[in-house]
Design a protein around this ligand. Structure first.
Ligand code: CA
Length: 358
């Protein structure tokens, strides 16, 4: 900071150019951006993923774009960031697209679809299967440029204080569950509640909700959810590879020279890959800690429950997609990709993972 002020005071252009040429320092920022997020500041994996993206943008633009990250409620509320970036209050946002289903039902397909794509498959669909073009088309209506900015991998099924032995056990259950998964829960007779991360633990502890899903061992341990519920169910059928997003105010993005636009896009791509690696490594350790130190009872949803949830999910997702033409267009592309990925992964990833545990 002091160096930057000094540079500005002493003829920034000349000195900064010299410093860049010698590779010893960064240029004075030409663009100062605010990034608003749906996560508590510095929250493991998600908040730190946003921080990492901001850092990468600084590094990859040689300091010419500087991004300051704001946690939920620091500048605007967690679920207000979409509007804030759309109207230019902040230049950039970091969240998950299913939070914006009120804006467009199509948005949910870019975060997580029950019994949908895994992280690996989502990236394939987005980058090489036409998904990204559809996402850009959708967000352009809100003056935003979207990007995939991370993935949690397969999530956990959630925290419950009673066993789930049949679909009937979900009836009357008030559970925090966002997006399409929440719609499926509703179809199964439960009551989905949408709460940002920071409000989950108090709601579960006070009994305002009966059950919750959040992410996986790494994040769930950080919130201490094991203190408020007994059973930890898997797999996260509702979020098989949740994609996190960044979005940039279109005018702010287009104000960047072309080289900086390329650098920003590539920074997002690097952050996307890194978050999944981070989650996979940390989930491994956190699961061990939850089970072996905190005595959490791990439970698998019975096959019968999963089979029924899959049937309900296919119904709900199809119906949701039919609600508007854009959602239908995204659905058609997504479902076609899922069919192909399912066939290929049956003889590759799935067959191998099964073989490894024989
Ligand atoms: Ca979740």
């Amino acid at each position: 900071m002091k160096r930057r002020q000094f540079l500005q005071g002493a003829g920034a252009a000349t000195l900064a150019a010299g410093a860049l040429a010698s590779g010893t320092a960064q240029a004075a920022p030409e663009f100062k951006w605010k990034m608003v997020t749906t996560w508590p500041k510095n929250f493991p994996g998600l908040g730190t993923g946003a921080n990492y993206l901001a850092k990468l943008i600084g590094e990859m633009t040689g300091g010419r774009v500087q991004v300051k990250v704001y946690g939920a409620k620091e500048l605007v509320g967690a679920l207000e960031i979409f509007d804030a970036v759309s109207r230019g209050t902040a230049e950039m946002g970091h969240g998950a697209a299913y939070y914006w289903k009120g804006k467009s039902v199509a948005a949910q397909f870019f975060a997580a679809v029950p019994f949908g794509l895994t992280a690996q498959e989502m990236n394939s669909w987005l980058y090489h299967g036409g998904g990204m073009e559809l996402w850009e088309e959708l967000y352009a209506k809100f003056g935003l440029v979207p990007g995939a900015a991370g993935s949690t991998g397969v999530q956990m099924g959630g925290w419950f204080n009673k066993e789930i032995n049949s679909l009937e056990d979900l009836q009357g259950l008030k559970m925090r569950m966002p997006g399409l998964g929440g719609e499926v829960l509703k179809r199964a007779g439960g009551t989905p509640v949408l709460l940002p991360g920071g409000e989950i633990f108090p709601a579960l502890q006070s009994g305002a909700i009966d059950a919750t899903e959040w992410v996986g061992p790494y994040n769930d341990l950080a919130f201490g959810l094991y203190k408020a519920a007994k059973y930890y169910y898997y797999p996260g059928w509702h979020e098989p590879g949740t994609t996190l997003e960044s979005f940039i105010n279109k005018e702010a993005f287009e104000a960047l020279p072309k080289d900086l636009q390329v650098a920003v896009r590539n920074a997002i791509r690097v952050a996307n890959q890194d978050m999944l690696a981070d989650f996979t490594a940390k989930n491994n350790r956190a699961l061990d800690q939850l089970v072996n130190q905190h005595g959490v009872e791990l439970r698998k949803f019975p096959d019968e429950v999963l089979t029924k949830l899959k049937a309900l999910s296919d119904e709900v997702v199809k119906e949701e997609a039919a609600k508007d033409p854009m959602a239908q267009k995204v659905y058609d592309s997504f479902i076609k990709f899922r069919e192909q990925a399912t066939a290929w992964h049956a003889v590759s990833e799935q067959a191998y993972l099964n073989a490894r545990t024989l």
